[in-house]
Design a protein around this ligand. Sequence first.
Ligand code: S3P
Length: 171
Amino acid sequence: MNRNVVLIGFMGCGKTTYGKKLAKRLQYTFIDTDIAIEKQEGMKISSIFEEKGEAYFRELERQTVEAISNQGCSVIATGGGIIKNADNMKKLMRTGVIVYLRATPDLIFRNIGNDDNRPLLMGGNKIEKIRTIMEERKPIYEKYGQVVVDVCHGTVNQITDRILSAVEGKI
Ligand code: S3P
């Protein structure tokens, strides 16, 4: 069975967008951990955070990783915080290649500045929040990314091609 392509990176860097395109091009199954969680709970991510709290969401995220970790031939778009749990990453690394989609805070702000389904960025100054969380997480994304693809320049198709050539020979 072919190995998975696992996309990691900050909220709003395009994991879902590029993941869907990659899956089509590779004829792989597309899995999105946030969508899987929303389906399972019948609630939006923002409501899960609001009503049940972040710890509850992280446990759902952990269970989702566990459930998909014996699946191959898939492109897996992960939630931006999946990397906070080393065990999640251990499991995902066993299934395939980890691709870090690298973006600047400005790009993230352009992509999701008006989005209200990102509970960690709600309230207060959004660009400041993005910068602060990015500083915290950058070293972790860098540590786990076996392949790093810059998503700051180019069209969606060009970036998809860039990711595809970066994973070639690794899946
Ligand atoms: C989170 C990222 C979100 C979602 C949740 C928490 C994070 O996913 O899982 O809001 O901690 O970075 P996206 O990366 O798809 O926005």
